[in-house]
Ligand binder design. Structure first.
Ligand code: AFP
Length: 329
């Protein structure tokens, strides 16, 4: 069976929906090439001296792994010449990186978590890259304010999983598709489309070590899952927690589930970043028929106030997300 490439998929999306102009397709192709390079470094691991700490901290005061730094450099460098961006925001950079005047500048803004799941790098567990694309407001410098748009403005979002296979999950606003990298050819081929998240599930993902800090609605929901058949849910639940959002979300796209990193007494704003973790994942999950809230409000409707702001995240199977959100009311 002849499988479509990312380029063919995007041209087909443009033909069907008119929402993928060549500039956006070229941007996504640049990102896919950068993801291939990052995936190569991830696979090399210790052989390329890619494990362990970089000995530096990012602007969030978090210790950087070598791969955090490399992934950020690969994405920034690839997009310098890409010609489709006005500026980039990265978890690894405090300020927006505005494309210098000597390079071609485009009409999109890229936001990214170059390497998600850093705590899993040294233990050989799946990690990934998350990206979000916003339109750059006309006729203005692409400063911090230009980026502070609600997630519903995204024109594209995606993530890579560097796992047993390297996958790229992508939406341009009309459904979600998954591509698998053929390492021998160096090409991503379409392997799942459309992707639909079942509305119900019996599998939850949360870091239970935070239990004592949870707000009552979260505690109630998880207690009911743990009570299983003996409790009000009248069915048993399974639990998974990879601690790489990309891996947990990809599992949910594959078989349903609910992912929760709610705000709590320790993470008062939440732990995950709105602009380049929650927003892209929320768009992807909604495009698969799932839901994504911060426990109270649809994530894609949240008006950002700061580039690196954090937010609580409850996403996945629609009926479960709605139950958790109802408990918060
Ligand atoms: P790192 O990139 O710092 O490892 O954080 C990964 C992450 O942002 C997200 O991918 C995970 O779901 C979550 O944090 C894991 O958080 P815990 O380590 O507190 O479980």
């Amino acid at each position: 069976m002849r499988r479509a490439t990312i380029t063919q998929y995007l041209i087909e999306q443009q033909r069907k929906h008119g929402n993928v102009p060549p500039e956006l397709r070229l941007l996504i192709e640049v990102i896919a090439r950068a993801v291939k390079r990052i995936g190569h470094s991830v696979t090399q691991g210790a052989l390329a001296d890619m494990l362990g700490s970089a000995g530096t901290e990012n602007v969030q005061g978090e210790a950087q792994k070598k791969l955090d730094v490399v992934a950020n450099e690969v994405l920034v460098e690839a997009n310098l010449w890409g010609g489709q961006l006005a500026a980039m925001v990265s978890e690894e950079l405090e300020r927006p990186f505005i494309i210098p005047s000597e390079y071609p500048r485009g009409k999109y803004l890229l936001l990214m978590d170059p390497l998600d799941g850093s705590s899993n790098i040294d233990v050989n567990v799946s990690i990934g890259t998350i990206f979000s694309v916003l339109p750059c407001p006309e006729g203005r410098e692409p400063d911090e304010q230009a980026f502070l748009q609600p997630g519903r403005n995204q024109v594209a979002a995606g993530f890579a999983v560097y796992g047993p296979s390297t996958m790229l999950v992508l939406t341009v606003g009309h459904g979600t598709a998954a591509f698998t990298l053929d390492r021998d050819l160096g090409t991503f081929f379409l392997t799942r489309e459309p992707i639909e998240v079942p509305a119900d599930t019996a599998e939850f993902a949360i870091n239970v070590s935070n239990m004592r800090n949870w707000e009552p609605p979260v505690k109630r929901y998880i207690d009911e899952c743990l009570a299983g058949k003996t409790g009000p849910r009248e069915k048993d639940f399974n639990m998974r927690w990879v601690a790489s959002m990309v891996a947990d979300v990809y599992r949910i796209l594959s078989r349903g589930g609910i992912f929760m990193y709610p705000r709590d007494a320790k993470h008062k704003e939440g732990r995950l970043r709105l602009m380049y973790e929650a927003n892209p994942m929320a768009l992807i999950v909604e495009q698969c028929g799932g839901a994504a809230t911060n426990g109270r409000t649809r994530i894609l409707d949240v008006q950002p106030t700061a580039l690196h702001q954090r937010i609580g995240v409850v996403l996945g199977s629609k009926n479960e997300v709605e139950r958790v959100t109802a408990y918060h009311r």
